[in-house]
Design a binder for this molecule. Structure first.
Ligand SMILES: Cc1cc2nc3c(=O)[nH]c(=O)nc-3n(C[C@H](O)[C@H](O)[C@H](O)COP(=O)(O)OP(=O)(O)OC[C@H]3O[C@@H](n4cnc5c(N)ncnc54)[C@H](O)[C@@H]3O)c2cc1C
Length: 428
């Protein structure tokens, strides 16, 4: 396979949760009209045997990109995951022109209730404390919207791209190879954004001598179901001696429920009937009486983990999303962190190709990590508060109860939690 001398190019992999400016993939960055230096005609990409490239779109200039996705579209779209969007994510979706369906089908979300066994339930009014609204709108719908925007922009998505590999990341001409239908392809790039999730190839392309990882495992998972039933009007976290439970939503007719479960739980041991019974046993009776049950359309077990990889940049590789960090879903942060990474990355690439300056590229990792660690700490704190741990002591339990009582009694404590839950503003 030959590498081609080429003009400025950028390789980005599609982050299924990334928004707008960087839809992903190994990409070619065509010098824009406002590009600096030699607008080299050869940078106009011509697909040649053994290579694939396409275009994605950045807000202020056309950034050509290719999407290399290991799965096919149907597989990506059948995954059911996140659903609570921070205020910053909601605003960003609107800014990049992906807000119309969200505003039509989404469910504004202005706070969450905490029901603590034996104590009064209370509602943390995030709108009152922050003046901002969140939104319940499923990640699957966002991914559908992203695909539609990509298709409308004439962007190319290479599905079932196998054996994606990143090369020469510390050079000025990195490239990405992949296999498709028995042929090996190459994409010459300037930058590669690794948005291929926790199990992807990108983070693993950073030498162990460079990469620092921080990890905390939790001794339980979440057994979650989705049902086409009307959800509660607001999220409700339930703390109970039988274990944690969460009533969430994805849309006005799509409910998402979770219960804490042991790590060795098997889905086949949890028919719907048993799930509903256990969920109701973990919430207050008045709430249990209002649960609208129905057949599950999806059922899964998610282990809980906190994980952060540093730095989020290695040469011309920039990590974004789960490739760099994983947080327990307790704080509804995973998807929102992927969005903020992609926002920072998009702004950095914009600046570099528009002005030749690399300020935002140079500070990308540190800036993204400040937000990542804020969300990782908040998710860890909420997980520690709302779950019982198998090996905990009576002191742990009493301290946890006091933490809850303080949160219940203090508007300052609630305001602080609300500010973190809604999402702190992106850094300028
Ligand atoms: C069960 C579950 C529930 C969740 N609930 C919430 C929630 O309520 N709120 C929240 O904010 N977050 C939640 N999350 C987390 C959220 O879904 C993730 O943070 C988000 O999907 C991260 O997006 P990403 O694009 O970085 O990674 P991913 O969504 O993992 O996407 C990575 C993509 O890369 C592709 N890929 C992987 N390896 C390769 C390769 N070698 N070559 C090419 N392509 C590759 C994958 O096929 C995938 O399409 C949940 C996650 C799970 C699993």
């Amino acid at each position: 396979m030959r590498r081609r001398g080429c003009g400025s190019k950028i390789g980005i992999r599609l982050p299924t949760a990334a928004i707008g400016p960087c839809l992903g993939g190994g990409a070619l960055l065509r010098r824009s009209d406002s590009g600096n230096g030699d607008a080299n005609p050869s940078s106009d990409y011509r697909r040649r045997p053994g290579r694939a490239a396409s275009v994605a779109y950045a807000p202020s200039q056309r950034i050509d990109s290719i999407v290399l996705e290991r799965q096919n579209r149907a597989h990506v779209l059948q995954r059911i995951r996140a659903g609570v969007l921070e205020a910053g994510t909601v605003d960003l979706l609107r800014v990049v022109g992906l807000g119309e369906r969200m505003d039509r089908e989404g469910h504004p979300h202005n706070g969450s209730a905490i029901a603590w066994e034996g104590r009064p339930r209370f509602f943390i009014d995030t709108k009152k404390f922050t003046g901002k609204s969140m939104m319940a709108y499923g990640q699957t719908a966002i991914t559908e919207d992203l695909y539609a925007a990509r298709d409308a922009a004439g962007g190319e998505i290479i599905d079932e791209a196998r054996n994606v590999a990143l090369h020469d990341l510390t050079s000025t001409r990195p490239y990405v190879t992949y296999e498709k239908k028995g042929q090996t392809h190459c994409v010459d790039c300037d930058y590669v954004a690794g948005c291929d999730g926790f199990h992807g190839v990108s983070r693993q392309s950073i030498p162990a001598s460079v990469l620092r990882t921080y990890e905390k495992g939790y001794p339980f998972g979440w057994l979650g179901i989705m049902s086409e039933t009307p959800p509660f009007p607001d999220l409700c976290y339930c703390y109970h001696s039988r274990g944690f439970a969460l009533a969430s939503m994805r849309s006005p007719m799509l409910s998402r429920y979770y219960i804490q479960c042991d790590l060795d739980t098997r889905l086949e041991d949890w028919p719907d009937e048993r799930f509903w019974q256990e969920f109701k046993a973990r919430c207050p009776k008045d709430m249990a009486d209002k649960v609208v049950t129905g057949p599950s359309i999806e059922k899964s077990i998610a282990p809980l983990r906190s994980f952060v990889a540093e730095p989020m940049r290695y040469g011309r590789l920039l990590l974004a999303g789960d490739a760099a960090h994983i947080v327990p879903p307790t704080g509804a942060k995973g998807l929102n962190l992927a969005v903020s990474d992609v926002f920072y990355l998009s702004r950095a690439l914009d600046e570099t190709y528009k002005t030749g300056k690399t300020h935002y590229l140079d500070c990308y990792s540190d800036m993204a990590l400040r937000r990542v660690w804020g969300a990782a700490r908040m998710s860890w704190w909420l997980t520690m508060l709302l779950h019982r741990f198998p090996d905990e002591t009576p002191f742990d339990q009493r301290a946890r109860e006091n933490q809850f009582d303080y949160l219940h009694a203090s508007e300052h404590a609630q305001a602080s939690l609300a500010e973190q839950y809604v999402g702190v503003p992106f850094e300028a």
